[in-house]
Design a protein around this ligand. Sequence first.
Ligand code: CA
Ligand code: CA
Length: 508
Amino acid sequence: MKKIISAFIALLVICFGVVPIQAQQQSWQDEIIYFIMIDRFNNGDPSNDYEVNLDDPKAYHGGDIQGIIDKLDYIKELGFTAIWLTPIVKNEPGGYHGYWTEDFYEVEEHFGTLEEFKNLVQEAHDRDIKIILDLVVNHTGYHHPWIQDPEKQDWFHEDIPIISWDNQENVEDGRLAGLPDLAQENPETRKYLLDMAKWWIEETDIDGYRLDTVKHVPKDFWEEFASEVKSVKENFFLIGEVWHSDPSYVADYAKTGIDSFVDYPFFNEATRIFSQPNQEIGKYMSGIWKRNVSLYENPYVLGNFIDNHDNKRFTRLAIEKDQDTLTQLKQALTYMYSAPGIPIIYYGTEIALDGGDDPDNRRMMEFKDHELVDYISKLGEIRNSHRALTYGEMEVLFEQAGMAIIQRTFEDEIIITAINNTTSDQTVSLSEEVLGENIQLQALLKEKIVTEKDGYEISIPKQSSEIYLVEEGTKQMNALPWGIAVMSILVIGLIALISRKKVIKNRN
Ligand SMILES: [Ca+2]
Ligand SMILES: [Ca+2]
């Protein structure tokens, strides 16, 4: 039987030049990240619902580790390959969000136990989903026990607020929102934080850290941090939050060894452009990409996002501009999934969850059928099966206010995304010089376009998008049925020949 299979593969190669797909090594730029605020996602265990109050946006809402385990299949079906979780460590009372550490080595009791967390990582890994944990080393909670400990007084900086945001020393040593600021230059404090970061990787087998408040901690700490934590686990990923609108300021932190950053410049432009119609797309978005190419060694691992827990939700931005939220979200998501950089979806975006400033942008998730759940699943499927979207160079093929056609090319694969964010239907003709001779466009998203069509004319109904795979045109395609017929005869002949041989052999 093995011989028949080998012969069949050989025939495929001869007739069609088809080469069996080799297993390619997964890189972080292949990922699509789902970002969960643990307390607000899913309540899988009512026994840990201490002081839960769903009516108070600043109180615990009951979400926990078990709730995430229960939804791993849902997350997988949406096409996500990694999950970023808000901090898991024990917080002081009221720290539902996880950013007010009370104990760096314990799991918050509202979320579950260390064993449950290990189980979550294991269950995620079983589904080929990676876990990225949010880590805060800049500060502790307001009432951390060290504050009262006479031996720990030099573990903190002086109690000075951040008032001068252009003064790096003040940004690093001042208290962010009044939170006790850790002195990473103190060798004891530094060692504690590095040991702690390594301990969580060794103990739980997580795959990456999302680093909170990176710009508030000195670069020399991050250098040591990056090299230490990466020595613990191969391919361990660091994605930092440098909340700043200047891309050069953000990129400067890449020199420390932090692999990636949540791309605030992308967020700022994408939310402005796509939360309303008729804005220029290509000029600004490709401008950001070109700048990233010039600033980063690997700009493809930067994290793109249109929502997070610190800003108004995209839905709210569209509402404020009197726009249809679903329509605008679809254009933004199509662009984000077509663009270079890792898409990061904040929980709830898949149901167009509304929310203003923090904490309103952290409402409890609802699990329900929603058009966007299907849309995001489809986008995920397309991105996960086309390496042009994760590795390809980007080029803007066409641009006018509100309408853009973007091309991604990797090896032999070409994908083009047409976004019509104008209020009228648009038809764009692309030349053979741009797309190559004898091509056809296969619609992948099939949002409004249901037929595959030949040629170079792209018609996109108003405020909708389509993603196309550029394939060879019909001339070559007509050869396919003949090829299949010839190959079938050859295979049948081969099977008959081998069977005959076996019969003769058995007779003998
Ligand atoms: Ca619970
Ligand atoms: Ca600091």
